[in-house]
Design a binder for this molecule. Structure first.
Ligand code: SAM
Length: 413
């Protein structure tokens, strides 16, 4: 979950993290230098900041996801996601995935961006008794996280396999929790002249060869070694922006073209099945609402949420909310059907989360509170229940999906 408390004060950075970030900064500064005076389009900078194999956030060894269950009350990592909060998330999802697998007669699941492997573990535990032949595939672009998944999921043996690239064909259920929000986005701004500009990232003067300052971590401002440069948008980006919103001078936001291509590709390689895409975001008219004039880019560092994207490269997560209308449009254009769209709370309730919880003994107060507390976060409108949505897209699936039985909001996309 990325809705961690936002505070004006950013945390103190440990020395090892400072060194990692300095390394990332040098790497990024070098890439910008190579790109020339116009620097790097923000999407390319964000991709390197998150996924560079040596310097990216998702390549680094430090723990990224807070595992409150393992850590007791202390939060670890930079943010916490639903599967890290509680196994009830995966158990609920399994109640939607199971009927899909039974309907298509192929017990195959493909999870994108499996993080620590927590969701895979919970789904495998829930579904293996019913589907002993279950094959769980994982595709994650982070080698570090893939390694962690291999360790965590070793007890499941050959039931879990890792893919290195998109499959040429797949029949089964695809899942992606908080993956679209982690894809690099293009940043744009409307000019006073009515034109669309793209934001590139450049080195501040003299920074490409700057010597690392060991005190830099003590002064958060000193970590901003990059700057934005506005350049005329490419025809593709300009067209995409104009199709989504009217001209609003000074308005800045982002577009996840990579996420849209990823959804389009699903139309090619998914032969039969459904994909459940879970993330925080809104339909397009809310995404590009005039009041959201600074977009949705957000960073997560040690459970602080802030918007200084150019700071702390390599050690902070960078994310953008998901424009679910754009994802649904990409799906339709690629020959997929939109099977359902609703809030996370409604989806989990429709899947029978409360019925499952009714088996818990409220008399065992300590255990009950431990189980129920994180579930409340998943469901609460003020936390993850409403901001997070579930979009189901698919092909050749002629069945009603229980997760959308009530509160389906496809008409709002
Ligand atoms: C925010 S983490 C979410 C992890 C996990 N799904 C969870 O909910 O805890 C984003 C994950 O997506 C992966 N990722 C990002 N882009 C990806 C892509 N194009 N294909 C596969 N994995 C991707 C990252 O490496 C990371 O594991």
């Amino acid at each position: 979950m990325r809705a961690d408390p936002t505070g004006p004060a950013l945390p103190q950075i440990q020395e090892a993290a400072q060194r990692y970030s300095e390394n990332a900064r040098h790497k990024l500064a070098g890439l910008i230098h190579e790109a020339g005076p116009q620097g790097l389009p923000f999407a390319r900078w964000m991709h390197a900041a998150l996924y560079d194999p040596q310097a990216g956030y998702y390549a680094g060894a430090p723990l990224k996801f807070g595992d409150t269950a393992a850590a007791g009350t202390a939060l670890q990592g930079d943010f916490v996601t639903a599967p890290e909060l509680t196994p009830w998330f995966g158990r609920s999802l399994a109640r939607q995935i199971g009927p899909i697998l039974a309907h298509i007669g192929t017990p195959h699941i493909l999870e994108f961006g499996a993080g620590s492997g927590a969701l895979a573990e919970h789904i495998l535990q829930a579904l293996l008794p019913e589907f002993p032949q279950l094959q769980y595939y994982i595709l994650d672009i982070s080698p570090d996280l893939t390694q962690r998944q291999r360790q965590r999921l070793a007890p499941f043996g050959d039931s879990v396999q890792w893919l290195h690239s998109l499959p040429s064909g797949f029949t089964g259920c695809v899942i992606a929790n908080e993956v679209l929000d982690a894809m690099p986005v293009s940043l744009f701004e409307w000019g006073e002249d009515g034109n669309v500009y793209e934001l590139h990232v450049i080195n501040k003067p003299g920074e490409a060869s700057a010597v690392a300052d060991p005190q830099a971590g003590q002064d958060n401002q000193a970590w901003s070694h990059f700057d934005f440069l506005r350049v005329p948008a490419s025809a593709l980006l300009e067209q995409a922006v104009r199709a989504r919103m009217p001209a609003l001078p000074g308005y800045r936001s982002e577009i996840n073209l990579q996420g849209e291509s990823w959804v389009s590709s699903l139309g090619q390689w998914l032969n039969q099945g459904a994909a459940l895409l879970i993330d925080y975001g809104f339909p397009q008219h809310e995404y590009y609402h005039p009041q959201r004039s600074q977009g949705t880019l957000m960073c997560h560092l040690l459970h602080h949420a802030h918007s200084q994207v150019l700071h702390f490269p390599g050690i902070q997560d960078i994310t953008a909310h998901v424009d679910f209308t754009a994802m649904a449009d990409a799906a339709l254009a690629a020959g997929l059907e939109v099977l359902g769209y609703t809030s996370q709370a409604r989806f989990l309730l429709n899947c029978g989360l409360l019925q499952m919880l009714s088996d818990l003994d409220p008399g065992d107060t300590a255990h009950y509170a431990r189980e129920i507390g994180p579930v409340q976060k998943l469901l609460s409108e003020a936390e993850m229940g409403e901001l997070f949505k579930v979009l189901a897209i698919g092909k050749n699936v002629d069945m009603d999906l229980a997760g959308f039985a009530t509160g389906d909001r496809r008409h709002r996309l």
